[in-house]
Design a protein around this ligand. Structure first.
Ligand code: SAM
Length: 345
């Protein structure tokens, strides 16, 4: 009891400020690694508060850089913090922090896209999926260059309960370019509603916390930044494999300003397009003249269920890719042009 109170009340001793560390180690920001630093510890404390209580928590921080957010995580009472940083120049400054917080900070020089977070924490952290989330958090002021592929990877991990989610419903508190944060949290009918909104929201409760103006970072990025909190749902709102949901959503949103039947059609080879589109929309009870942005997640779930049903009946259907057919058509000089957007859009 006394020991846990001691752990929770730990504060870092006086250290050089983050700004001083940057000067001391001559840490000029590398644009290639999307380095925009937060030096104001009131702001990093505010980000950390969005995660909820970190008392005695296990935490993985993505891209600690000069360590501002890292300090806030330690001061919030985390017992075990693993930081994953790609740029070796930050390691000496992080070691200084680690010495100031003995036994609390593990430094990994690595790439968060390939790092095995599941192996970083003991099995004792795990909680049943159906129960409360484990006392394990992922927190990061993400590099813009990896934020979208990273959240897509983690969403797939959530759906398969793999990666950081082998331990249960691990919570995420992350920053994104404001526009991406808006897509992640956009509701049905809103202008920002996109593939990313559906993929995130069918698997998680997604909460937009607050916006950080670009001027708060050093160097200042061209955009503002949004802080987003994710808690995986006990039951995903769509009960189909991630890859199938992703395919349905990708096709629906490829003509995002047109009626949804235009995208749905592209799930089917040209020869059977009309017949199977009508059957799918009828089975899912979806109005073909709704726009993709107007479809609720239950409606998209109904489309995914109906598509799964058709795939089970029609051999080879799941492997059909409209884009491949389109590519062949383009080679022969015919074809239409969908909004050729990555999943982030
Ligand atoms: N956390 C620090 C802060 O808030 O001031 C730095 C944030 S900065 C936006 C992103 C950090 O992620 C940089 O330190 C950068 O070197 C690191 N980074 C970039 N790509 C990475 C990757 N693939 N894996 C791990 N770290 C990465």
């Amino acid at each position: 009891m006394a020991a846990s109170r001691k752990l929770a009340s730990f504060r870092l001793p006086p250290l050089p400020t983050v700004g001083e560390l940057i000067k001391l180690y001559n840490l000029r920001a590398e644009k290639q690694l999307s380095q925009n630093f937060l030096l104001d510890l009131r702001l990093t404390d505010k980000i950390v508060r969005q995660a909820g209580s970190l008392r005695n928590a296990h935490v993985c921080e993505v891209g600690p850089g000069p360590g501002g957010l890292t300090r806030s995580i330690i001061n919030a009472g985390a017992a075990d913090l693993v930081v994953v940083e790609k740029d070796t120049r930050f390691i000496p400054g992080l070691k200084l922090l680690s010495e100031a917080a003995p036994g609390k900070l593990r430094i990994v020089h690595g790439n968060i896209l390939t790092y095995r977070i599941d192996r970083a924490f003991p099995a004792s952290v795990s909680r049943p999926w159906e129960g409360d989330p484990p006392n394990l958090h992922i927190i990061g002021n993400l590099p813009f260059s990896v934020s979208t592929p990273l959240i897509i990877k983690w969403l797939e991990n959530i759906s398969n309960r793999t990666g950081p989610f082998v331990h249960g419903r691990t919570r995420l508190t992350l920053t994104f370019q404001k526009e991406v944060a808006e897509r992640l949290t956009a509701s049905t009918g809103s202008r920002q509603r996109s593939r990313l909104s559906i993929m995130a929201q069918y698997l998680c409760t997604v909460h937009s916390c607050f916006t950080i103006p670009g001027r708060a970072f050093v160097p200042k990025p061209e955009v503002d930044v949004g802080v987003v909190h994710f808690t995986p749902l006990v039951q995903p709102q769509i009960r189909q494999p991630f890859r199938l949901v992703e395919k349905v959503v990708r096709n629906i949103f490829q003509f995002r300003r047109k009626y949804c039947h235009r995208g749905v059609e592209k799930l089917f080879p040209e020869a059977r397009r009309e017949e199977l589109t009508q059957e799918l929309l009828r089975q899912a009870d979806v109005d073909p003249v709704l726009r993709p942005t107007e479809l609720t997640i239950p409606k998209i779930g109904a489309l995914a269920d109906a598509y799964a049903h058709l795939c089970a009946r029609e051999a080879g259907l799941f492997d059909y890719e409209f884009r491949e057919e389109l590519r062949l058509k383009r080679l022969s000089g015919k074809g239409e042009t969908p909004a050729d957007a990555p999943l982030g859009e």
